[in-house]
Design a protein around this ligand. Sequence first.
Ligand code: PMP
Ligand code: GLU
Length: 399
Amino acid sequence: METIRISDRIKAMAASQTLAMSQKSSELRAAGVDVINLSVGEPDFNTPEHIKEAAKKAIDDNYTHYPPVPGYMDLRQAIARKLHDENGLDYRAEQVVVSGGAKQSLSNIIMSVVNPGDEVIIPVPAWVSYVEMVKLAGGTNVLVPAGIDQDFKITPSQLEAAITPRTRLVMICSPSNPSGSVYTRAELQGLVDVLARYPQVMVLSDEIYEHINYLGEFTSLGAFPEIAPRTVIVNGVSKAYAMTGWRVGFMAGPVEVAKAVTKLQGQTTSGISTIAQRAALAAYQGSQQCVADMREAFRRRRDLVVSMAREIPGLKVNEPQGAFYLFPEVTAYLGKRCGDRVIADDNDLCMYLLEEAHVATVSGSAFCLPGYIRLSYAAADEALVEAMHRIAAALARLA
Ligand code: PMP
Ligand code: GLU
């Protein structure tokens, strides 16, 4: 008899490919292999000193008791101020809920607004966790593909064609993981014009890469009055302040959603780490110079990686305007072989690059768009140069 039984909902869930590839690369490294890890997307910088100091002080100041479930009021106020000052948005602190990373915010929101059978529109490529979160909530994923020929951005007519009477939510991520594409204000307006005609559709805007944006302007989807009352924004400190390990993210949106998310969090995780919250407060209240400095480093690396990738025959490369990913099309290499090894699809290609070039990447299939691979360029310049040489050499061996 089966004693340990795993639920159907977890059995039906795919494991996170970004985290799995990163884990695989750590294992190889522990076994002595010199792997360059371009799989997981996280800043390689350490958290700025003033933020770490705030966390140390929080311990000495005895921030050691249960926090309020939706987050400390001063942190929620600081987030509301950030949204006002940087994004021109008017949210009250009551509309802001702090969670364990943007990931928990996204999952909380989806769990709070999606009923079984509801359709959720997700432009793809999309970050690995969206579709699994929707499945967990019993929703139906409606994927709208946008390949490199359209710079990985969906058009208003594609969006309109995907909307049905069952559509509950549309998820937009700009700057995008994995493509690095950024919707301009005019492009967002085109999508908003469509959404304005469908008042039953809510909008979830993942703005976690807001500050890693080389366009020079960032427009939040919360800034469009036509859809603002039914739009929920997600953001956090992971990427902008190099704080992936602290696990602080937030949602801002309709007060009904904030209350639902707080109820869910109150029964599942409670409020998040007190110390991490005090650190996040310092991030939002302190100097923003660190954000600009890291953005400039990422832009330089973007230029480096794009120019090297364009030298590799067969790779089709766009110029990403944000985040820290390159998402080249690799179909020219599919169906090729190296000795007995056949590269049938992008998953095979990633495994080949890991095992033969010792460079960890993530397949486009993990982001629901086969035929591509994702490279994170949030790594040291020398590692990037070496990785691109290794990739070029390994691809050249395919025939
Ligand atoms: N959204 C996107 C698009 C991401 O790439 C990430 C990073 N994995 C997240 C959300 C989650 O970020 P956090 O570390 O704040 O949970
Ligand atoms: N944003 C990162 C990535 O996509 C973090 C890993 C994850 O949580 O998926 O690689």
